[in-house]
Design a binder for this molecule. Structure first.
Ligand code: SF4
Length: 134
């Protein structure tokens, strides 16, 4: 008898900084101080985007949105990992150095591309990101 061992499909990774057109999750608001105020439990992007309509300011400048990582369709994809997440985590470590990290409560940690690849150091860097939708 032959035993076939099936590997589980890899989990779908979420991009924690995606334009509105690709968004499925409302991750949080950008505060006046330029930090992300994360929202939990998870809120669908559609709900937040409907509430954000009617402003001249691009929604990406006010909200942080998450959606499926599009890998090679994104300019930050290196072929193996997210180059933006890697760059931000490295920059955080250079400027802050080793420090105890308090993880913010965010709605996508289990599937987040940056957290999966960079670990906890991704999170304090993430909280300073405003998505460039251009
Ligand atoms: S980097 Fe951290 S805080 Fe940002 S979305 Fe991913 S898990 Fe959440």
């Amino acid at each position: 008898m032959t035993v076939v061992v099936r590997r589980p499909d890899p989990p779908e990774r979420m991009c924690p900084s995606t334009p509105a057109a690709n968004a499925t999750v409302f991750l949080g608001m950008i505060t006046p101080a330029g930090r992300v105020a994360y929202v939990t439990p998870q809120v669908p992007a559609d709900v937040a985007l409907a509430a954000a309509a009617g402003s001249d300011t691009p929604v990406e400048a006010r909200y942080r949105l998450a959606g499926p990582c599009v890998t090679s369709s994104c300019g930050f994809w290196t072929g193996e990992h997210c180059g933006l997440g890697a760059r931000m985590a490295a920059s955080y470590q250079e400027t802050v150095g080793p420090a105890e990290i308090e993880l913010p409560k965010c709605a996508i940690r289990r599937s987040c591309r940056w957290f999966a690849e960079q670990g906890p150091v991704a999170c304090p860097a993430c909280s300073h990101v405003v998505t460039d939708a251009h």
